[in-house]
Each structure stands twice: as C-alpha cells, then as structure tokens.
Design a binder for this molecule. Sequence first.
Ligand code: NAD
Length: 251
Amino acid sequence: MSLSFNLDGKVALVTGGNTGLGQAMAIALAQAGADIVVAGRSSAAETGEAVESAGRKFYEIKADFSDPSCVEGVVATTVEQAGRIDILVNNAGIIKRNDALDFTQDDWDSVMDVNIKSAFFLCQAAAKRMVAQGSGKIINIASMLSFQGGIRVASYTSSKSAIAGLTKLLANEWAAKGINVNAIAPGYFATNNTAALQADPDRNEQILGRIPAGRWGDPSDIGGAAVFLSSAAADYVHGTVLAVDGGWLAR
Ligand code: NAD
C-alpha cells in the first residue's frame, strides 16, 4: 500500500467544530478530502462555508455534551445524514479555574461530563459502526495537562489525564479490529479556551518564555496532526498522544 494522507470518501465527525482547534481540524480534514459533520451547541456556519469552499459536504448537528446521553443520537444522525463515520475527533471541551481548596462539585462534574464522559461514549458509539465496517480513526484531544499537573484546574487536569489513559486502553481493545485510537495534545494555543491566560500579562509572559517556538500556537498549526492520524499513513499508529506544542514538553 502506498503512503497516503488522502481522505477522499471519508466522513469525519468533529465535536465542537464551530471555533478554535475544532474548526481548524474540521477544515484541514476537509482540505484532505473528507466530508465533515460538526456536532456542538453553537452555530458552525463559518466552518461550513470553509468546508464547502474546499469542495466537501458539510452537515451540522446541534448537541450539548454536558448531557452525555445525547451521544448515541449524534453518531446515529451522522450516519443517517453523511452515510457513514470513518473519523471521530473528540474535540469539544471546557475548563473551570479555581483553587483546589475552593473547587466546587459543579465545576468538577461539568468538566468531567463534557471532556471525558461524553468523549468516551462518543468513542463507544462510533466504534460500534467502525467495527462493523472494519476500519476507523479516533482522535481524542488531550492537553499538556495529560502530562503535567497544571494549577487551579483540578477537573480539567483530571479529565485530560483520563483522556490519555482512555486513548491507550481503547487502542489496546480496538487496534486488532481495525480502529486506530490516538490523541493530540495541543500546547498553548490562542483560542477562547486560553483567553484568560492570554489576557493575564504575568501568565502570558511565563507561558511564552517557556515555549521553545516563542509564540502561542495558531489553530492552523494543529491541522497536519489531525490529517495524519486520520489517514492511512497512520494505520500502524495506535495509542499515542502526539504533542503539538511548539516544544513545550521538551523543556
Ligand atoms: P474553544 O473554547 O474555542 O472551543 C471549545 C469547543 O467545545 C467549542 O466549539 C464549544 O462550543 C465546544 N463545547 C464546549 N462545551 C460543549 C458542550 N457542552 N456541548 C457541545 N460543545 C461544547 O477552545 P479550544 O482551545 O478550541 O478547545 C478545543 C479542545 O482543545 C478542548 O478539548 C480543549 O480542552 C483542548 N485544548 C486546547 C488548548 C489550547 O491551548 N487552546 C490546549 C490543550 C487542549
């Protein structure tokens, strides 16, 4: 088999693909040839325009992953509308900041429901279809806090450390069934998720000072990793957590 990053004929479901990293990955997958389904709570019209300009089909499903019971419906609708599901990008995520001494159960549960519980059950629902078709690619979005502790983000660190562990567990169970389960761990990217850090002059300086590349990541920096892990070029890549971090973890 020749090396291929081409995604022609594939269908990718990207959660939270209306903005930030999800939008950038959806557009990159479309440019590589995939039709795109975005599931999320906000309008993804801008992503849709970019996907259609790349010549691919675009579908949108309204879903709020703070209620994990919606995930089976999201995957079923993806298959009904787009015909199949070849790629799942579990990107939707939230963060809550507070000192661990003051952290509330609401801020724990809300982050865990979106970032890990919905993500797992999306993997399960997608994998049922992928096992039946004998192939599929799942990309979970991890974080530097899949490797490090962070500060004032107890539920976020717990959820992203869990994503790294879950990615490896699912790779163990599903690799032999033709499904590649991997994760991308973004470093510090300029999106809504990091708006508070970018706006805090001290944290901004600390973060920039530690990134060997010397700049925040731009969402467009993440597309190549998503295309690679979605493609036949990654057929023998299982259970890895690929950092796209400007060198942050190398420090
Ligand atoms: P963002 O806030 O711009 O995007 C988050 C996306 O998730 C949005 O589309 C939002 O609508 C969606 N979402 C959140 N809660 C949802 C819910 N209940 N139901 C449906 N959709 C929901 O942030 P981003 O930086 O683009 O984040 C994307 C992913 O990347 C997240 O998982 C985040 O944790 C991760 N990440 C981001 C960075 C970074 O530096 N920006 C670093 C590491 C990991």
